[in-house]
Design a protein around this ligand. Structure first.
Ligand code: OAD
Length: 263
């Protein structure tokens, strides 16, 4: 069985991560679609960092849900499998999807990279902490919890190499998708038609998501899992209007049971 899974923010909604375009998506009355831009960062890097720091913290505290776990099970049970997620959280990985079976096409929120040179740090320990969080540091062999000072909170991290502002390692609106990741998706699609494409929890706003879903499913099934209609709905061979954490465990069980032959 050859399977492509495309996911978006709705898959992490039941882990408590707000979607972008849902009613909980706004942060301090600000539209995420306007914060996730190079222009917003140039105008107010502190504000953009505050948003990402809060999101990092929320994601650290979240747990993968039944949808992430079902996708991980499918990945483990299928030789020819690729997950392309627009989510910058790490919940698919924490549920057990191996890096070689997954492409985070919009980047990784826990990576911090330079806004000018190619410095990049994927080490969570080195990433700037959210304002007001307590940093645990060792003192005399014991762990002590200290509050970040207001000075630390106000700092925008700078590149150790060139001193430019560091930024989150995510793709913002209007930026190019990373070539190496695009190539991995293209290689998978070129490798043969899929028996099943599952598109879950995304409005499929971006043309490349629709394009990959349609190309992948040209000879197979296109299953959409989303409580709402999207631009992809009319192409789906099966519409599942339910939350992903309800629907995906059932769909994955069916797929594993029938080997993708009779959906
Ligand atoms: P959106 O916030 O646009 O859409 C979330 C989708 O999930 C909607 O279609 C909801 O109906 C659906 N949804 C909500 N709860 C769900 C649930 N429990 N189960 C299944 N579906 C549910 O998020 P994305 O489509 O992921 O990009 O957004 C795509 C990209 O736009 C993001 O990666 C981000 C954003 O702006 C960048 O930042 C570049």
């Amino acid at each position: 069985m050859r399977v492509l899974v495309l996911t978006g923010a709705g898959v992490s909604a039941e882990s408590g991560i707000p979607t972008f375009r849902g009613k909980d998506g706004y942060w301090r009355n600000l539209d995420p679609a306007k914060l996730a831009t190079p222009e917003a960062f140039a105008r107010d890097p502190q504000l953009v960092w505050d948003w990402y720091r809060e999101r990092r913290q929320r994601i650290r505290n979240a747990q993968p849900n039944a949808a992430h776990e079902a996708i991980a099970r499918l990945a483990q049970r299928t030789d020819d499998f690729l997950l392309v997620t627009q989510n910058v959280d790490d919940l698919h990985a924490r549920a057990g999807v191996a890096q070689e079976k997954m492409v985070q096409i919009h980047g990784d929120i826990f990576v911090t990279r330079c806004s000018r040179c190619d410095f990049s740090n994927g080490d969570r320990g080195g990433s700037p902490e959210p304002p007001g969080t307590h940093v645990v540091e060792p003192t005399n062999g014991r762990l002590r919890s200290i509050a970040a000072t207001s000075m630390q909170q106000k700092k925008i991290p700078r590149c150790p190499g060139c001193e430019a502002f560091l930024r989150p390692g995510v793709v913002w609106f209007g930026e190019q998708l990373p070539q190496s990741k695009l190539q991995r998706v293209e290689d998978f699609l070129d490798g043969g038609a899929c028996d099943v494409v599952i598109v879950a929890g995304t409005t499929a706003t971006f043309g490349y998501i629709t394009d990959w879903a349609l190309r992948g499913s040209r000879y197979g099934e296109l299953i959409e899992v989303n409580p709402e209609e999207t631009s992809l709905s009319r192409f789906a061979t099966r519409l599942v209007r339910e939350p992903a954490a309800n629907a995906l465990p059932r769909i994955v069980n069916e797929l594993i049971a029938c080997g993708g032959t009779k959906l």
